[in-house]
Write a protein that binds this ligand. Structure first.
Ligand code: ADP
Length: 494
């Protein structure tokens, strides 16, 4: 019994111990499970928080994306608008192109542009979009009632918007009641002479939020607008100046044409007059010369020595007069086109040799050396031989007259483009610059001591010029008083 009790007690104890240990294990498990459950709950809570953050971030991203889209479409609209307004140079057209289509893309359905009129000392409305006639009148009077304030804002280059503080003249009330907008941007057109003004854009859309980016876009647009207006103004100014100039040119051309016509008429009258007077002079001159010549022969009786001297003078002066009358007649004949030039290819060398023969006596007598350097490749010319001989006789004759003994005259030729140029140079007294054009006019002689002694009519060069011009050539002189002269003329190639 004792044993069995002991065994029972032992067994029970063992069972209790076993049960206790099982209970302990179970409790530990439960505790562990509870810990795990807490851990799980915590991580679930964390996940919930993260999900909320993700949703918030997603919403934020969507908002940013929307804003970005708005900005991109704003930039596109700005680019289109800038291009449109900068592609015209007409002020009205610039304002016409400032259309609703673009401005709506920038987020504004209401637009106003006012420019300052310096003469009338008020603001003039240049464009209004999204307003009725009545609203426009109200805005106009409001702006001009506050013109000094507007001018100050423009002067300060200050942009106002519903984002920044509204200016005195756009209180919340006036914004609703006069400008019919909830949100707005007022941007000055920068002061450039006559184009001071401002651009106002507004919207009634309650969802519109004006950002700094919007202000920036409108500022850029205003700068472009100011530039386009300035360009248009400059263009108009240039255009007007050109029109004015064209008008003046037309007027002057008309006056000049009339004057030229008058000159032509007078020149014709002069030519006719000179021609008929010369004709009239020729007959009595021939008689005078004839009678003097008969008297000089002594056939009508012996002539006392004093009378002979005077008759010689009459004869000589008559010769000079005949010479002069002939020159005058030639000039007027060439001028009136009555002389036909018989053009034929000739060699310059032959002509100069002939003239040289003709003048060699005088050259020798005056101790003047004539050197002729004819370039054979440029010596064939298309000319009226007789007339060009006269040109050489006159030019060499003049060179002889105005070159002191021991001097030199040289003749040379060369190609000058399509023409042949001939130069006749001398080492004579030269011609002052101011007389170099006039010497080709009839009767002009340089007023110098040599000319007081040297005989002449002032007709030689006038005749030479006409002959050369009738040959389609040109004649000019290069000279310096005291250092000789070079007369150059051109002729067609033969
Ligand atoms: P003229 O010789 O009969 O006076 P021209 O018409 O031939 O008339 O010349 C006009 C003027 O040009 C001359 O009076 C002279 O003053 C000036 N002149 C012409 N050729 C020369 C020259 N080679 N050197 C200096 N002066 C000249």
């Amino acid at each position: 019994m004792f044993n069995s009790d002991i065994i029972l007690i032992l067994t029970s104890t063992l069972i209790i111990i076993a049960l206790s240990s099982m209970l302990l294990t179970k409790m530990q498990k439960i505790k562990q499970l509870q810990n795990e459950a807490d851990e799980l709950k915590r991580s679930l809570d964390g996940m919930d928080e993260q999900a909320k953050i993700i949703v918030r971030t997603d919403m934020e991203l969507n908002r940013i994306q929307e804003e970005l889209d708005k900005k991109i479409s704003g930039l596109y609209a700005l680019q289109g608008l800038s291009y449109a307004i900068s592609m015209t140079l007409v002020e009205e057209e610039i304002f016409r192109r400032l259309s609703l289509e673009y401005l709506e893309k920038l987020g504004f359905e209401k637009t106003l542009v006012f420019l300052w009129d310096n003469e009338r000392k008020n603001f003039t409305l240049k464009t209004a979009i999204g307003y009725t006639e009545e609203e426009i009148n109200l805005i106009n009077s409001h702006i001009n009632a506050n013109k000094n304030h507007c001018l100050n804002l423009i002067g300060e280059a200050k942009t106002l918007s519903s984002l920044s503080a509204p200016g005195n003249f756009i209180t919340k009330n006036t914004l609703y009641n006069i400008f019919k907008a909830n949100y707005f941007i007022f941007s000055p057109i920068l002061p450039q002479q006559n184009n001071r003004g401002f651009l106002f854009v507004g919207t009634q859309n309650a969802e519109t939020v004006i950002t700094e980016g919007d202000e920036e876009l409108i500022k850029i647009l205003t700068t472009q607008l100011g530039q386009a207006l300035e360009n248009a103004r400059l263009f108009e100014k240039t255009w007007n100046a050109q029109q004015e100039l064209e008008k003046k040119v037309t007027e002057r051309t008309r006056e000049l044409t009339a004057a030229l016509e008058e000159v032509r008429k007078l020149s014709k009258l002069k030519t006719n007059f000179v021609s008929s007077v010369s004709h009239e002079l020729r007959t009595p001159l021939t008689s005078i010369k004839g009678y003097a010549a008969i008297l000089l022969t002594g056939k009508l009786g012996a002539i006392p020595i004093e009378a002979k001297e005077r008759l010689d003078k009459i004869n000589r002066h008559s010769d000079e007069l005949v010479h002069m009358v002939n020159d005058l007649l030639d000039i007027s004949r060439i001028e009136s086109g009555k002389v036909t030039m018989n053009l034929a290819p000739c060699d310059l060398k032959e002509i100069i040799n002939k003239v040289d023969d003709l003048l060699s006596g005088q050259l020798k007598e005056r101790k003047i050396n004539l050197s002729v350097n004819i370039e054979p490749n440029a010596s064939s010319v298309l000319i009226d031989r007789v007339q060009i001989e006269r040109v050489f006789i006159n030019l060499i004759g003049n060179a002889m007259k105005f070159t002191p003994a021991g001097g030199r005259i040289s003749i040379s030729n060369r190609k000058a483009g399509e023409m042949i140029q001939v130069d006749v140079s001398d080492t004579g007294c030269g011609i002052p610059l101011e007389a170099q054009e006039a010497i080709f006019e009839e009767f002009f002689r340089v007023d110098n001591p040599i000319n007081q002694e040297v005989k002449g009519t002032g007709l030689g060069l006038a005749l030479v010029k006409r002959i050369i011009e009738t040959h389609q050539g040109k004649i000019w002189v290069k000279s310096k008083a005291g250092s000789g002269s070079t007369f150059s003329f051109t002729l067609q190639q033969g």
